[in-house]
Design a protein around this ligand. Sequence first.
Ligand SMILES: Nc1ncnc2c1ncn2[C@@H]1O[C@H](COP(=O)(O)OP(=O)(O)OP(=O)(O)O)[C@@H](O)[C@H]1O
Length: 256
Amino acid sequence: MGPSSTDTALRLAALTKTFGRKPVVDHIDLEVPRGSFYGLVGPNGAGKTTSLSMAVGLLRPDGGRAEIFGLDVWADPARAKELIGVLPDGLSMPERLTGRELLRFTGLLRGMDLKEVERRAGELLTVLELDRAERTLVMEYSTGMRKKIGLAAALLHAPRLLVLDEPLEAVDPVSAATIKAILQRFVRGGGSVVFSSHVMAVVEQLCDHVAVIASGRVVASGPLRAVRAGRSLEERFVSLVGGRIPEVGELAWLSS
Ligand SMILES: Nc1ncnc2c1ncn2[C@@H]1O[C@H](COP(=O)(O)OP(=O)(O)OP(=O)(O)O)[C@@H](O)[C@H]1O
């Protein structure tokens, strides 16, 4: 199947990964419709980063499949990766490059024309308000600036699908508004986005679809309204995933 013949941007089927004896991703099925803004939520350690890493060809699954617009990521990685822009977790980057050099490097690795790379890099640096930092080495960037330059690198080749691991974490509110606007415009222009987040309000604000992952399994997924089931996403999340509220008497030593 070619990229134009499917309405699914990303499909995970029985995707599985075990570290040691523990399956951290346990037969995950997920369907991200083309043109959707898809949020992935789940408690710490649920397996979100591991799933996304396998979905984009960064971590080899022990079982199952990942398809991008119908292309098997692990059978045809080069073609699949042309269609995606990725913001990985923890983002290891060439630290001794400036922001602009990083974008130039990314563009050339992607086989893009240098002039076009320079034009897009200039625009991305301006829109993301990184232009004053373009001569600064990445190693001197703040956490939020690293997210922004990572996002710029993910957008540079105008992908069809963005896969972003916590893109708004550690980003200040002004930059967050810029990033949200860029992502919304990307989706309006026909792109698809899947991202992980711990902030339910952000997911409710941006997403039309959501999946809740807990202990390596999908416990709910689909259109946001269906998953919320008449409640706030936070309430639904806590009821699906559980959670422990300290009881009266516990942590009593905290009271003065
Ligand atoms: N390379 C690895 N070796 C061993 N265990 C790992 C490895 N990578 C992840 N894990 C474990 O797999 C589980 C899932 O981790 P993962 O980072 O995918 O979760 P997450 O949902 O992204 O969590 P968070 O919300 O805290 O970022 C965790 O228990 C983690 O300790």
